[in-house]
Design a protein around this ligand. Structure first.
Ligand SMILES: Cc1cc2nc3c(=O)[nH]c(=O)nc-3n(C[C@H](O)[C@H](O)[C@H](O)COP(=O)(O)OP(=O)(O)OC[C@H]3O[C@@H](n4cnc5c(N)ncnc54)[C@H](O)[C@@H]3O)c2cc1C
Length: 335
């Protein structure tokens, strides 16, 4: 019989992020399929348990408020050893991912990351994960235990069955040697807004066309920036880019100031998961569109009726000037 531990850090407010709740949903679903026990292990500056149910091991205090390998790994190790679980499930957040393999090593466990599926066949757990930028899908199982699994976001339904919890607060494993590293601040890319939002319903992808000469023979980059930021603000959409648009910076051309390589979607960029996608001024070349494979409803705006989107890559193509279309869309969203 397996014993499943859900392990996560909490956020500043002491609660779990949307990604962590999805990983907890995955753990709960696995327990339904396999039977056995599910326990919860949380660490952070504050630990609130209102979103979870059952037995909870917690490690909290100021030392755990910041993402720091030494303290996160010590807290995770303490929880995992107290829970003595055979399967440990965690959200693949950047904070968790930094410490997770270290915790697994300290517990003598095997670890797999970027898990997108959990299935039980003939009593054995089988995980699914992608390789080679989402081109190969592997189904894997392991006989060794403990088995640590970090879960990708946007795959499982968030856990929403909170109830009574029995909390066992573990002693803080902190000593001076663990707190020598101090996080003094965060240096983020220079952006006017936080544009990448994995939880957004819609992905808006801007292509190089926004910076190209328009029908009057001149580029209108500032106007493009206002239209794009206006749409993001009004719709709450996440911002993606083509490779050509983010590469322009290196070529000395006038660029959209809030766009970085982190926004790039495609073969050499990201493969985001959103319900809907809208591409504007983007040609729809295969190396770009391959990054759209998890976007369910796709629309594009392009002046060219023969662009890549017209060749079966979008559900709807608006053959139109994106400047005019987005101005109208922003007006409608303001109403
Ligand atoms: C190995 C390899 C890997 C690659 N990886 C990636 C990747 O990860 N991601 C990626 O994006 N690309 C990638 N590429 C590049 C990719 O092949 C394309 O070159 C790139 O995506 C083109 O970007 P774009 O559509 O923004 O620009 P363009 O091809 O220049 O297209 C601009 C489009 O804007 C339209 N347009 C202009 N003005 C307007 C207007 N007013 N209204 C409406 N439409 C307008 C034009 O009609 C045109 O179709 C890769 C290429 C290779 C070889």
């Amino acid at each position: 019989m397996e014993k499943i531990l859900f392990l996560s850090h909490t956020e500043k407010d002491g609660f779990l992020s949307a990604h962590a709740l999805e990983a907890l949903g995955a753990a709960a679903q696995l327990r339904e399929q396999m039977g056995g026990d599910l326990v919860v292990g949380l660490f952070g500056g504050r630990v609130e348990t209102a979103q979870v149910r059952g037995a909870v091991y917690s490690v909290s205090g100021d030392a755990f408020a910041m993402a720091r390998y030494a303290t996160d790994a010590a807290a995770g190790e303490q929880i995992c050893k107290a829970a003595a679980a055979t399967i440990v499930i965690a959200p693949g957040t950047s904070r968790m991912s930094r410490a997770f393999s270290g915790i697994a090593a300290r517990c003598g466990a095997s670890v797999d990351s970027h898990v997108t599926g959990l299935e039980v066949k003939d009593g054995a757990l089988i995980i699914t994960r992608w390789y080679y930028r989402q081109r190969l899908q592997a189904r894997m199982t392991r006989a060794s235990r403990p088995w640590f699994l970090s879960i990708d976001s946007g795959v499982f339904a968030p856990f929403a069955d909170a109830g009574d919890t029995v909390i066992e607060r573990l002693e803080s494993p902190v000593d001076a040697s663990l707190t020598r590293t101090v996080v003094k601040g965060i240096q983020a890319p220079h952006t006017d807004a936080q544009t990448i939002k994995p939880d957004a319903m819609t992905l808006f992808v801007a292509g190089a066309g926004w910076t190209k000469k328009q029908s009057d023979g001149r580029p209108h980059v500032r106007e493009a920036a206002d239209l794009i930021l206006g749409f993001l603000q009004k719709s709450g959409a996440s911002l993606g880019s083509t490779k050509s648009l983010v590469d322009l910076q290196g070529e000395g051309q006038e660029v959209l100031p809030f766009m970085t390589h982190l926004n790039q979607v495609g073969q050499t960029g990201s493969t985001p998961r959103h319900q809907k996608g809208l591409a504007a001024c983007c040609h729809g070349e295969e190396p770009h569109v391959v990054g759209w494979r998890f976007i369910n409803e796709r629309r594009a705006i392009n002046l060219d009726a023969n662009c890549g989107w017209a060749r079966g890559k979008a559900d709807v193509l608006y053959v139109a000037d994106a400047f005019q279309v987005m101005e109208l869309v922003n007006e409608l969203l303001s109403e």
